[in-house]
Design a protein around this ligand. Structure first.
Ligand code: B16
Ligand code: MG
Length: 218
């Protein structure tokens, strides 16, 4: 049996991933009068704020000064934090609260492996913070997703090996990170690249302890 569960946050625990992209769209419209295509959202999922901005500037074929780059990061986060003001336990994705309770009952340890610097604030707002045994600070991790570092650090924070853990992700970058860490991968979403996970589910509503345990033992 697995002993640890390493959770991504945006798009797995809470429905906040669209809020990130909404904030980027607004910012880029304000600064560059440009529209971002919806397929760019997947490329900004799971990766750090700075890496997301690099993806976007690359798409726009614009280069900016370091000062401007920092200003854009700051403003995107201000915009994002504004949208988080409305966040409540209602934003926990379907099935996730029950899944977390099941894991706790089974004495599985929980760690957060989110790229988001806003992770602790979001868990507080969702009233889930006390359920987690550890929260990895993404600023202390050398390489962001798709590198495996944050999932390795999350397992370590529970005094476990990645092999003893499951990792749960909604992004392609995050799935790659879980696989490289050696943890059992659970991917959630409809993108076809997510189907390479050890267990692929279309939505969090299918995320149950029974489903994961069965897949883990196969
Ligand atoms: P922040 P996750 C990621 O969270 C988001 O998917 C990604 O879109 C965002 O750029 C990144 O967090 C950084 O977030 O700007 O709040 O520090 O999916 O790894 O939980
Ligand atoms: Mg995510």
């Amino acid at each position: 049996m697995f002993k640890g569960a390493l959770f991504d946050l945006d798009g797995v625990i809470a429905d906040t991933s669209t809020l990130h992209f909404e904030a980027w769209k607004k910012l880029i419209n304000n600064y560059f009068s440009a529209k971002l295509p919806s397929d760019l959202e997947e490329k900004t999922k799971g990766v750090s704020r700075a890496d997301s901005l690099k993806v976007i500037l690359n798409y726009l074929e614009v280069s900016v000064s370091e000062n401007m780059f920092q200003q854009l990061l700051f403003e995107k986060n201000e915009q994002y934090k504004e949208s988080l003001k409305q966040l409540s336990p209602d934003n926990i994705l379907p099935g996730v609260a029950t899944f977390i309770s099941e894991l706790k009952q089974q004495k599985v340890k929980l760690a957060l492996a989110s790229s988001s610097l806003n992770g602790p604030l979001i868990l507080e707002k969702l009233t889930l913070a006390e359920k987690f045994d550890a929260i990895v600070d993404p600023s202390k991790v050398e390489n962001g997703k798709p590198a495996p570092d944050i999932f390795i650090a999350a397992a370590q924070s529970l005094n476990l090996q990645p092999l003893e853990c499951i990792g749960i992700e909604d992004s392609i970058a995050g799935l790659k990170a879980i696989k490289e860490s050696g943890a059992f991968s659970v991917a959630i979403g409809t993108n076809s690249d997510l189907k390479t996970a050890d267990l692929h589910l279309s939505t969090t509503a299918e995320l149950t302890f029974a489903a994961v345990r069965t897949a883990y033992h196969q």
